[in-house]
Design a protein. Structure first.
Length: 56
């Protein structure tokens, strides 16, 4: 009986691990540094922020 619980637990942790990996693949890692650079250059809510982020 304890073996069945261990198998269910292993499956549960595997599902969580796969979910974390998939969620991190959905988001672009470079978005946060780009956002910080645009903010520091005082380009928020300008057309230049759209143009410059597309070039990088």
């Amino acid at each position: 009986m304890s073996n069945l619980k261990a198998i269910k637990l292993a499956g549960h942790y595997t599902a969580i691990t796969i979910l974390v990996v998939v969620l991190t693949m959905l988001f672009n890692v470079g978005f946060t540094p780009t956002c910080l650079v645009v903010k520091n250059m005082h380009l928020l809510n300008t057309i230049w922020s759209v143009i410059l982020t597309r070039l990088s």
